[in-house]
Design a protein. Structure first.
Lengths: 233, 204, 222
């Protein structure tokens, strides 16, 4: 399988895939948004429920991206795979942006629901901590000059973060019940809302995949350019 | 007891730069090897590679002992006496404390007093190390090297900052170490002042 | 007590005591945070006793982070870490000794000072006891997670700036359970916070030496 993951192979494969993934993302996004505006108002939340369609998928992608970084880090540490470092590094700012998106849409949703932009809801609090985990990870990558050393250190941090993330979520949930909070997304989702939500989730994932590929490709090209400069210097 | 040290097809890569490649050498017990070469040619990297800090990009280093061959880096490190480019001396500790700490850390049973006398620091035993000159710090490093009791000495610029007497002392200690069946590998630009083979590193 | 492990431990404690007053600096910082909070939120002892658990826990965590940079960075900068790595101790044992030294020179003194600061916040007897016990159980986790951060940033000239950013989110559970234990004691509830805190602490202390050793290994190769 590593044969298919070398940078040259990745460039060819991703080059062929990229237009399709981009196209699919745009279509899914358009369809999801259209369907999202067609749903009937919720009996409790009114039309604000439509914020769910941009909020929940962002949250899903934000968490999955951290998982992907952790998996890539494991590959980097155990098998010293060069593409794994690039992939992990490229995913981090995207994950951070999706986390921020989840926080912003969550707080916009909270304003009509709770009457405040920010409530210490368990979900939002966990996401705020996740954002800090992302920022720390990105900062560590940027702080260490030597690239190989930075990659290994960041990989160790990502794995520690991945081990700690469920504990953080658990502790925040525990803290939230202690202080009697409430969550927006408690209870079941009615089927009318489910389809637009699923399509939007797919759209966000495709968007993430497309951006991720672009970022990895950029990094590979950058590396080649640096190599060329070193050789001609 | 160490019988010999051998490197086969050793290569070193730092970042994306190939430092050296296809390096072969062999040093038997009782011999000294001087590593020479211009700045940036990888002398320090070679010493760190032998000490087991740095895994080789390819090739291998084997340390042969009377209990078998060791090719694992960290295991090899347990037989290395190190005198690095940096002094490894804490300004807050006294000379005696510094040396006692290393004696205990390395599980040595040596008495500190005679050792300090040998390197000419017995008067400074209770001085905080911040008052030592660069040459005196080097002498403390030599004492530490002896107290480690290790067979394979790796020395990075051992003569730097030393006066004539200090250089003579270093040469004397190295000769004594070789005579006792140890190995000395030193990276230096200066003449060591003892019988030694030389290994010249060239830019890859 | 002698041997390589004990000698490294006592040397780190001695260095901590001689550089910048060791525990005194962290204690002064802790006391200052505890003084500034009432100046900011007002002198209402009822309010202060409600927030004491959280404020003192956050203060203790921040105070413990102050001295983290000397855990590995000093030894890396002057080459001592090379010599320590070549000793008969494994790097995991080295990391454990350093973790223990950090806790003994910061976590433990902070815990011992906490009842005095609890007094300034009008914390009840049970609340003070819960704070003391939770700090005693939880500060090893702070040192353990902090040690990982210190080993990740040991080669950085300005690692002290990035270290809190890496370490603080990972320490959220310790703060939550620690402060939770205090508020549980105030409300006469048994909420299981101390049990959860113990579990977190044990896991952190067990995992930390391996993670820190991996980082040290990586930096020695650099």
């Amino acid at each position: 399988m590593f044969r298919y993951a070398n940078p040259a192979m990745f460039m060819r494969l991703s080059g062929a895939l990229l237009p399709w993934v981009c196209g699919a993302a745009v279509i899914a996004l358009a369809a999801g948004l259209y369907l999202g505006f067609q749903v009937p108002p919720d009996y409790q939340q009114g039309m604000t429920v439509t914020i769910m369609f941009v909020h929940v998928p962002a949250a899903i992608v934000a968490e999955s991206a951290y998982g992907l970084i952790a998996i890539a880090s494991l590959f980097s540490l155990v098998w010293r795979h060069p593409l794994a470092d690039t992939a992990a590094r490229a995913a981090a700012p995207l994950g951070a942006v999706f986390t921020a998106l989840g926080l912003i849409t969550g707080s916009l949703w909270g304003r009509p629901m709770w009457g405040a932009y920010w409530v210490w809801d368990a979900r939002l609090t966990s996401f705020l901590l996740l954002l800090f985990l992302y920022l720390g990870y990105i900062a560590l990558w940027n702080a260490i000059e030597d690239e190989a050393r930075a990659a290994r250190a960041a990989a160790i941090l990502a794995l520690i973060g991945a081990v700690n993330l469920p504990i953080i979520k658990f502790s925040v949930d525990w803290w939230n019940t202690l202080h009697q909070g409430e969550s927006i997304l408690s209870g079941k989702i009615a089927p009318v809302f489910l389809w637009p939500l699923l399509i939007m989730a797919l759209a966000y994932m495709l968007l993430f995949a497309a951006l991720w590929m672009v970022r990895i490709r950029t990094e590979i090209v950058n590396r080649r350019a640096r190599g060329l400069m070193q050789r001609t210097a | 007891m160490i019988t010999s040290l051998a490197a086969e097809k050793l290569a070193c890569v730092r970042g994306e730069r190939r430092v050296f490649a296809d390096l072969d050498f062999h040093v038997a017990a009782g011999q000294a090897l001087v590593v020479e070469g211009a700045n940036g040619v990888g002398k320090t990297s070679l010493l760190r590679l032998i000490a087991g800090f740095l895994p080789p990009a390819s090739g291998r280093v084997t340390l042969n002992t009377d209990r078998g061959a060791i090719s694992d880096g960290e295991e090899r490190g347990r037989l290395v006496g190190w005198l690095g480019h940096q002094d490894g001396i804490k300004p807050q500790l006294s000379v005696g404390e510094q040396l006692e700490f290393f004696a205990q850390l390395y599980g040595a049973r040596d008495v500190i007093g005679p050792l300090l006398e040998r390197v000419g620091l017995s008067r400074q035993r209770d001085f905080p190390c911040r008052y030592l000159s660069a040459g005196q710090k080097k002498r403390l490093g030599l004492a530490r090297l002896i107290v480690s009791g290790r067979g394979l000495w790796l020395l990075d610029e051992p003569l730097a900052a030393l006066d004539t007497a200090g250089r003579a002392l270093t040469a004397e200690l190295m000769s004594a170490h070789c005579a006792a069946g140890g190995i000395v590998i030193a990276a230096t630009h200066d003449a060591l002042g003892l019988e030694a083979r030389s290994l010249r590193l060239e830019a890859a | 007590m002698s041997g390589p492990f004990a000698s490294l431990l006592s040397r780190d404690l001695r260095l901590a005591a001689r550089s910048g007053g060791g525990a005194a600096l962290a204690l002064a910082f802790f006391a200052l945070v505890a003084t500034l909070v009432p100046l900011g939120v007002g002198s209402d002892l009822h309010l202060l006793s409600r927030i004491a658990g959280g404020v003192l826990w956050v203060g203790a965590v921040l105070a413990a982070l102050l001295s983290l940079d000397r855990l590995y960075q000093g030894d890396f900068d002057d080459g001592s870490l090379d010599l320590i790595a070549l000793s008969p101790l494994s790097l995991e044992q080295v990391a454990l000794a350093k973790l223990l030294a950090h806790w003994l020179s910061t976590g433990l003194p902070l815990t011992l000072l906490s009842p005095l600061l609890a007094l300034l916040f009008g914390l009840s007897g049970q609340g003070t006891w819960a704070l003391f016990v939770s700090l005693l159980i939880g500060t090893p986790a702070v040192s353990a997670v902090g040690a990982i951060g210190a080993s990740l940033t040991l080669s950085l000239k300005r690692g002290g700036l990035i270290l809190p950013l890496i370490v603080l989110p990972l320490l959220a559970p310790a703060v939550i359970f620690g402060a939770g234990a205090v508020s549980g004691a105030l409300d006469h509830l048994s909420n299981g916070a101390l049990g959860l805190l113990s579990a977190f602490s044990v896991a952190a202390v067990l995992l930390s030496p391996f993670a820190a050793a991996a980082c040290v290994r990586l930096n020695l190769a650099g």
